[in-house]
Write a new protein. Structure first.
Length: 331
């Protein structure tokens, strides 16, 4: 069963692309930055475990889809299971009913991924299947409308380890003709900003939010001192930060563009000011990834010091920007 004449939602970030496909198919089209902001998507995590080859830097919240659906009044159904048979039925039942389904999986097993790295926090939308393959929508970087074998899809969904889920699938239900879309979005903008700011400013541990950025400014010196492959390690981190993690080309730019779109819709000055601040912040994250790439190429401590200083500055800038947004919507 393949949904006929399927029109994908296209974007840069895996989870917003996955949930965006489900929402678009139900008849509501929003930009990726708007989905990201309504989902209170901006965040930060520094995560390091002995079992991981490199520390992980994440730039978004864990609950983007859940927050988004709550703010838009969309019913979201999440299913997880350790049974392979049940996991497959959870997917086929939705697709056979004519709707796409979002999946969380480990991209290592997907046929179309050319760089094989285990990351079990990846998201795709699935809109069809046949006896051999699953038909997916991934990010534009990965080719948008792609396919993988059913065997490898099963491996990807059931992979264990950091950030993995138990064959997680997500479906949604709502009728956009029955709600006042503009009113819901305007209300969602305020709710999304408030929730995002509160979580970012009050992290439960020092690895998260603005505190996590400050911690990273110190921890990168330990990476440098302990790395056996400076070229490979820092080159990989530069790519992840800029294109797949927390860098200027992804999450900070998405949040910047969300604030711009929100200002165009609502007209409040605090949104314009926030947009201007995150424009500067996003450019500084791109500088950090550039310095990481320079470390890779030169294996020198000089760009390391510059990156550390810049990350410390970003911690303060993001805290101030989020505090201003919080004060504006909470009062």
């Amino acid at each position: 069963m393949i949904i006929p004449d399927y029109q994908p939602f296209e974007g840069e970030h895996c989870e917003s692309v996955a949930i965006g496909n489900l929402i678009k198919h139900q008849g509501l089209e929003l930009s990726e930055p708007m989905l990201f902001g309504l989902g209170a998507g901006l965040g930060f995590i520094y995560w390091n475990m002995k079992s991981m080859p490199l520390p992980f830097l994440g730039g978004r919240t864990k609950y983007l889809s859940q927050n988004l659906c709550e703010n838009l009044g969309i019913t979201m159904e999440v299913k997880e299971t350790t049974s392979q048979a049940r996991a497959w039925r959870n997917v086929t039942e939705v697709i056979d009913a004519g709707k796409p389904v979002a999946l969380q999986l480990d991209c290592y097993h997907l046929d179309y991924f050319t760089k094989k790295i285990h990351f079990a926090g990846h998201h795709v939308a699935m809109y069809g299947y046949d006896s051999n393959n699953a038909y997916l929508v991934d990010t534009l970087q990965q080719g948008s409308m792609v396919e993988t074998s059913l065997e490898n899809l099963a491996l990807a969904r059931s992979e264990k380890g950091p950030m993995s889920a138990r064959n997680k699938s997500v479906s949604i239900s709502f009728d956009p003709t029955e709600i006042d879309i503009r009113a819901v979005i305007v209300r969602g903008i305020v709710r999304g900003i408030a929730k995002n700011a509160e979580e970012f400013l009050n992290p439960p541990i020092k690895n998260l939010g603005y505190k996590g950025i400050g911690k990273t400014s110190k921890e990168i010196k330990k990476w440098f001192a302990g790395s056996s492959d400076l070229k490979g390690d820092f080159s990989h981190q530069a790519m992840m930060m800029e294109k797949a993690g927390t860098g200027g080309a992804l999450f900070r730019n998405l949040y910047r563009d969300f604030l711009r779109g929100a200002h165009e819709l609502v007209g409040a000055d605090y949104l314009k000011i926030g947009y201007e601040k995150f424009t500067m912040i996003a450019s500084k994250w791109t500088e950090v990834s550039g310095l990481f790439q320079m470390i890779s190429e030169t294996e020198s401590a000089e760009p390391l010091e510059s990156a550390s200083t810049l990350l410390s500055e970003l911690s303060k800038l993001e805290r101030e920007a989020m505090q201003d947004l919080h004060d504006a919507v909470i009062g």
